[in-house]
Ligand binder design. Structure first.
Ligand SMILES: NC(=O)C1=CN([C@@H]2O[C@H](COP(=O)(O)OP(=O)(O)OC[C@H]3O[C@@H](n4cnc5c(N)ncnc54)[C@H](OP(=O)(O)O)[C@@H]3O)[C@@H](O)[C@H]2O)C=CC1
Ligand SMILES: CC(=O)N[C@@H](CCC(=O)OP(=O)(O)O)C(=O)O
Length: 349
């Protein structure tokens, strides 16, 4: 049994970790922290978990108790994992961070986008970007994982096959993304109020959202050179889900273009991926088909056989976009079945 600690258990990604770990056959949550709700029982705060964690109570973060765990998840705001990761790693505890603290390889770039100094520069060289579809082998031996952001997961998975195959222009790329409101976290904010967010849709984070450098970093790796991307996030009136509509243009001359099998590129790239499902030609993915699941569903279109491509990529922001992907990483790090505890099917309607 893997002994698990969670720092920041009262947020949406924290409770999503608990929901998934409740049915995990080889993981046991031993410690879960909240400073404001220390002493409260988990089942009292989240009645959907009654019967699963009845003896578990939130406690103040304590490095000794967390350091006795095999792995600690950070489901905390940016900067918290910077402060605690080194001490936990020194205890032999592995760290899986759901925040952005270790996602960018360049500490100065991180400080620029997150508006604070990087608090753990020494750990950056060993942090592994936890996108299993790209870094599976490094994840298996990692001590410190940076779980990708929600938009970066949906966007990178959608663009990767095309970038790796070298069939698209790498300038003028567009990621037009829509997110459910749980992406903004559980903390009270005016923008998340029912009267603000329902029956409404708006873009935000313009002209540049903090996920842009993270997405660009992954796309640069896939293309092996810089890419030019416009990323526009929108808030939509649903609780969970991300829908990314990606636009790219085929490169090369029109004679060669005839022969490019776009559907085949996606089918081949993700054929052995347990958490990516490429839809058959002509089908559009929908967010409700991945709601509560660790699946990314993708479709690719080439309207009228032209140069322009449209890729659609959907995930649940709290699962494949956060907690589910974090558990997928844990499974790989501990040599377990990669989808252990992650085999939920979406509830329709
Ligand atoms: N929501 C989403 O869709 C996604 C979120 N993420 C990231 O995951 C992380 C958590 O997100 P989310 O669950 O939405 O966040 P919330 O804001 O809902 O929850 C934050 C949690 O962290 C705890 N916390 C806050 N400050 C500290 C601190 N200084 N030290 C220790 N614990 C602290 C809080 O409890 P308390 O204050 O009581 O200690 C709370 O349990 C964030 O970095 C977020 O950006 C990543 C992908 C998707
Ligand atoms: C709808 C909404 O507000 N979404 C959040 C992104 C989700 C998130 O928490 O970002 P990380 O993955 O980097 O942690 C935002 O735009 O800031």
């Amino acid at each position: 049994m893997i002994n698990v600690g969670i720092v920041g258990g009262t947020g949406y990604t924290g409770v999503e970790l608990l929901r998934q770990l409740a049915s995990h056959p080889e993981a046991q949550v031993r410690v879960i922290t909240s400073r404001s709700d220390a002493g409260t029982s988990v089942a009292d705060m989240y009645p959907n978990l009654r019967g699963h964690f009845d003896d578990l109570r939130f406690s103040e973060p304590d490095v000794k108790a967390l350091g006795a765990c095999d792995v600690v998840f950070f489901a905390t705001p940016h900067g918290v994992a910077h402060a605690l990761a080194a001490e936990l790693l020194a205890e032999g505890t592995r760290v899986i961070d759901l925040s952005a603290d270790f996602r960018l390889q360049d500490a100065e770039e991180w400080s620029h986008w997150y508006g604070q100094p990087h608090g753990a520069v020494d750990l950056l060289p060993e942090a592994v970007y936890g996108l299993p579809e790209v870094n599976r082998e490094q994840i298996k031996t990692a001590r410190l994982i940076a779980v990708p952001g929600c938009y970066p997961t949906a966007v990178q998975l959608g663009f990767l096959p095309l970038l790796e195959a070298g069939v698209i222009e790498t300038d003028g790329l567009i990621a037009d993304c829509k997110s459910g409101v749980s992406g903004a976290g559980r903390g009270a904010k005016v923008g998340s109020l029912l009267c603000e967010a329902s029956e409404n849709m708006k873009a935000y984070g313009m002209p540049a959202h903090r996920h842009l450098p993270e997405i660009r970093q992954g796309m640069r790796r896939a293309a092996q050179h810089d890419v030019e991307l416009t990323f526009v996030p929108h808030l939509t009136p649903m609780t969970r889900g991300i829908h990314a509509t990606l636009h790219a243009r085929l490169n090369g001359n029109s004679l060669k273009l005839k022969d490019v099998d776009i559907q085949g590129i996606f089918d081949t790239r993700f054929a052995s991926e347990p958490c990516v499902d490429v839809l058959p030609q002509g089908h559009c993915p929908e967010t409700r088909s991945v709601r509560g699941t660790n699946m990314c569903r993708i479709a690719v279109f080439r309207p009228e056989g032209g140069r322009q491509l449209v890729v659609m990529s959907v995930i649940d922001n709290l699962v494949k976009g956060a907690s589910g992907q974090a558990i997928q990483n844990m499974n790989l790090m501990f040599g377990l079945n990669e989808t252990s505890g992650l085999q939920q099917i979406a509830l329709l309607p």
